[in-house]
Design a protein around this ligand. Structure first.
Ligand SMILES: Cc1cc2nc3c(=O)[nH]c(=O)nc-3n(C[C@H](O)[C@H](O)[C@H](O)COP(=O)(O)OP(=O)(O)OC[C@H]3O[C@@H](n4cnc5c(N)ncnc54)[C@H](O)[C@@H]3O)c2cc1C
Length: 599
């Protein structure tokens, strides 16, 4: 396959411009100097660097994972070259203000640029995107001095960053984290503890690494309310910005991963020699809320990255199904007739179509959420408030639905390749391995489901969910006026009704004390709401396709493909919400009542 086929830019442009109409953002003062041309220029540049610098070493980085040599992390040189190209093009500051040297792009356009890198090489892109997320957090919560010393060098591509939450004994349950922070006479803190699984935790790609570390100040309350956030530089930084002496942060070991091997994963020890200095960010005991600023952005990033890795394997499978010839149609008895291309077989088309449904539906969901981040710049306070509410609700779905269904798409891509898909001769097995992390990190999908049903769906008396259901109803009302789409509108409205009724019933039962039993089915709820939201996205894509077809477009195949995928999602996937809703309504107790001893 020509590597250029890896990225379906036509579909990306369709989503951004014809469905989400991102050009509308240019009426906000913040983005007034942008327009379709500057968005396209950023995407073109990202696409070129992704294909020229990130894609070519994707396989090599998988085969030659990071090594610990004389206490230092050794990466293949191509990783450094790709990251340097990313930084030289200004992408660390793609979202940052002009006066910080940034491009001041909308978040959704930055996300679209990232998407291209993720398709090409999800491991290598982790270094600069993690750093950028750290810089974005500092932009919101750090002092001016901290921004000058630690954020600005990240934006300039000189420093990198990490997020250090997890500890060996505390992963999902951050309330149990033990890393300690002891006040020092000069206002800084002595940090002591161990952090596990830290992505990009140690390397030589830049001048310094800014670790954002969650720790507990001595005497802090127990649980998440006692957690504070600290800047812990790998190298101390002098007041004039020069690099000082080495901080007491030690690389204790590397974790050897199934996939995404380009990005080194580390076990770090802070303060073993009693001399690890950290600087408090924001108010004490507010660390988790601040870190969530980074994690929410990261969760949209995870959902997008997952679906882009599925987009890659979908493109590989599509090209393979067109090239390889095998067998004949069921009613073709003549063994001398030529074999047909795999794509001629309806079952192969079924697998490709499902991949298209998951991939393009998941992209729509992720970019829709990303656009809500930009709506925070709207002059109208109610738009800002509603966008914030919707984003809160959609974030766990973007993270979990996308990463679950991206893996299903990877799996189907392997199946399209048959035996070759199971070998390392083709890239689809790596796509699956690379993607397998996404349901796990940034809060497992099980934790996302608990957050969705236990908190987000019911927060503020269900205000976010009501808003979402109103938006869906508005789309359905519009779609119902088009005879080609009216049945989709009816089906989606019925499914949305199921969400409303199911949520209310779950809320009532939780209020009556059945919290554990109700939340035992939280993953089914995420599947239910996720499918409804993705169906909503498909209906909006179908409406855009109908508009183009009615206007007499020359790209009939492109738009007919959207309508057919919408049909498939509504026919094959959407009915599954009935089962999820029934499990919740009947409060299925199979998992809840199962006993340890019965396994
Ligand atoms: C490759 C990789 C990169 C990572 N990068 C980072 C990083 O940069 N920074 C960082 O801080 N962390 C990072 N992590 C850590 C990651 O966020 C954790 O692995 C994750 O949060 C899960 O924690 P755990 O591994 O301790 O699993 P556990 O918390 O032990 O969970 C194990 C299983 O139990 C379930 N479970 C746990 N608690 C509950 C509960 N209350 N209710 C229901 N089910 C529950 C989980 O869903 C999961 O299925 C990374 C991990 C990996 C593997």
């Amino acid at each position: 396959m020509d590597s250029r086929q890896l990225i379906d830019r036509r579909h990306l442009d369709f989503l951004l411009h014809e469905v989400l109409e991102v050009d509308d953002l240019c009426r906000y003062a913040r983005f007034a100097e942008h327009g379709r041309e500057t968005f396209a220029a950023a995407l073109d540049l990202a696409q070129q660097i992704a294909l020229d610098k990130f894609l070519p070493h994707n396989r090599k980085a998988d085969l030659q994972e990071p090594q610990l040599v004389d206490g230092k992390v050794e990466l293949i040189p191509e990783i450094g070259e790709a990251v340097a190209a990313f930084c030289a093009a200004g992408f660390p500051a793609v979202l940052a203000d002009y006066d910080r040297g940034g491009m001041q792009m909308p978040f959704v356009v930055g996300a679209a640029c990232d998407a291209l890198f993720c398709s090409a090489n999800a491991g290598t892109i982790a270094y600069p995107t993690l750093a950028r997320a750290a810089a974005n957090l500092l932009d919101v919560y750090a002092t001016d001095e901290q921004k000058r010393l630690y954020m600005q060098p990240i934006l300039e591509g000189r420093y990198f960053g990490t997020m250090c939450l997890s500890e060996p004994q505390a992963g999902s349950s951050l309330a149990d984290l033990k890393t300690a922070a002891t006040p020092r006479a000069d206002g800084s803190y002595a940090i002591a503890g161990a952090k596990m699984w830290i992505s990009a935790g140690d390397h030589e790609l830049g001048e310094n690494i800014v670790h954002l570390v969650l720790a507990r100040i001595q005497g802090a309350p127990a649980g998440v309310r006692g957690i504070s956030l600290f800047i812990v530089p790998r190298w101390r930084v002098e007041a004039d910005g020069r690099r000082g002496e080495r901080n007491d942060v030690r690389l204790a070991g590397l974790n050897h991963k199934m996939g995404q091997r380009a990005s080194v994963n580390t076990f770090l020890k802070f303060g073993e020699q009693g001399d690890c200095v950290g600087y408090l960010v924001g108010a004490p005991h507010n660390g988790l809320a601040q870190m969530f600023h980074m994690m929410n952005e990261e969760r949209i990033g995870v959902g997008l990255s997952a679906i882009q890795q599925a987009a890659a394997s979908y493109q590989y499978a599509l090209a393979y199904a067109r090239e390889r010839h095998q067998g004949r149609h069921p009613d073709q008895k003549d063994a001398a007739s030529p074999a047909v291309a795999l794509i001629e077989h309806a079952d192969v088309r079924r697998m490709l179509l499902l991949q298209k449904c998951y991939v393009e539906g998941g992209q729509m969901l992720a970019f829709d959420a990303a656009l809500l981040v930009d709506r925070q710049y709207d002059a109208d306070e109610s738009v800002r408030e509603q966008s914030h509410l919707l984003l809160e609700l959609l974030t766990p779905i973007v993270k979990a639905w996308n990463s679950d269904y991206a893996l299903r798409a990877n799996d189907l891509a392997i199946q399209v390749f048959g035996g070759y898909g199971y070998t390392r001769d083709y890239p689809v097995e790596q796509c699956w391995r690379d993607n397998r992390i996404n349901p796990i990190h940034e809060g497992t999908n099980g934790i996302q489901a608990l957050d969705l049903l236990g908190r987000k769906a019911l927060m503020r008396d269900g205000a976010a969910l009501r808003l979402l259901l109103e938006r869906i109803a508005q789309t359905c009302a519009l779609a119902a006026t088009d005879t080609a789409l009216a049945s989709f509108a009816t089906d989606l409205q019925r499914a949305a009704g199921l969400v409303g009724a199911t949520t209310q019933a779950a809320g009532r039962r939780m209020a009556a004390g059945e919290v554990r039993a109700v939340l035992a089915n939280a993953s089914h709820y995420l599947q239910l709401l996720g499918h409804v939201v993705v169906a909503w996205g498909w209906l909006r894509m179908a409406m855009a396709a109908q508009r183009a077809l009615a206007a007499g477009t020359a790209e009939r195949d492109f738009y007919d493909g959207k309508l057919q995928a919408c049909r498939a999602f509504f026919a094959i996937e959407l009915p599954q919400v009935e089962l999820a809703a029934r499990l919740l309504a009947d409060s299925d107790r199979s998992a809840y009542d199962m006993r340890d001893a019965w396994f």
